[in-house]
Design a protein around this ligand. Sequence first.
Ligand code: GDP
Length: 427
Amino acid sequence: MVKAVVGANWGDEGKGKITDMLGKEADIIVRFQGGANAGHTIVNDYGKFALHTLPSGVFYSHTTSVIGNGVALNIPVLFKEIQGIVDQGVPMPKIKVSDRAQMVMSYHILFDQYEEERLGGKSFGSTKSGIAPFYSDKYAKIGFQVSELFMDKDELMDKVTRVCETKNVMLEHLYHKPLLDPEKIYEELMEYKQMVEPYVCDVSLYLWNAIKEGKEILLEGQLGSLKDPDHGIYPMVTSSSTLAAYGAIGAGIPPYEIKQVITVCKAYSSAVGAGAFVSEIFGEEADELRRRGGDGGEYGATTGRPRRMGWFDVVASKYGCRMQGTTDVAFTVLDVLGYLDEIPVCVGYEIDGEVTTEFPTTHLLEKAKPVLETLPGWKCDIRGIRKYEDLPENCRKYIEFIEEKIGFPITMVSNGPGRNDIIYRKK
Ligand code: GDP
């Protein structure tokens, strides 16, 4: 059976923790999109880890970790990450990399930096990991697939030369930066070949056979619905689809095999990068939530940047869950809200004097003002509670209020960063 773990919001919902937790029952965990631009933070018996490319299942010796064709594969980052976890005492994970995955090249990272420099104040707040230039090249059909590392030298060198010609026009005339040398790019590819060769696999066939054998497969999404290039807050989005449906493409499996979509939804909001964020809060109120948020504060796992903070947004989360095709909501970091006397929730958007609960397109979103409703807080620490009935009444009321407003069942409540900090609920 295939299950997807994806985000309802702007990312950083705690997908890593939920995947790590569900990984106990899984045989295979697959990354199907995104790259090393966002990270998952995972706390388990081995320690605390920030993963960027590896799926969150790498800590179990019984699981196989798969990098699907939809991923922006940064090979040096992947290998540093493998080394990092092995150095911290985790057994060497079983890893498979799709022969159809494309590789992030050093020049993708440079182009990302150059473009952000060029845009100055109008930048998208990129993490400068090369993701947008990478996906642009993939769809412009000038990217490099892992399988191409195994071509004849002449053939590959021909392609490298052609790609460098295109890139060098931009480097010379738009960015005024040093040009690419095709020989160097070829060498870079050969270094990647050496690193990746032992792991290369026909992943779609591997997964097809695994499905037929009845294996448990988890698809792990990066970021959340609102960062999807089609359905998110375009253009302040990421460059690959963050939706569970894309799991079929980015892993290479039949769409009808994804039987469960677990959408991770955070009990308050946080976002990184630019773009409209209707329920955003500022000043001391935001600082306090940021300081107390997540596990040790709401700061980027990759960049260390402070995240933008806000109250729970029903409009965005209802939409985010709908776009994922949610069967189950995992409601996370609820424990963090225990300090508040009252908890505001954004229940609608006021746009040009009208209130809506449907998430609008970006130019209308920019005008939206939050309509807030305030719920009483529970004023205690709920970590360690394992049964739903044992949660304080106001805490249950908060969960049930949100479940009713978003219209999807909250079947898991996460009340701490650890694997066992979870409360299951029936639908
Ligand atoms: P992801 O990218 O969706 O996996 O999310 P991140 O890893 O960026 O952010 C989630 C952060 O919250 C991590 O530091 C987790 O350890 C932490 N976390 C996850 N679930 C919970 C929870 O229920 N309570 C608390 N306090 N922290 C959590």
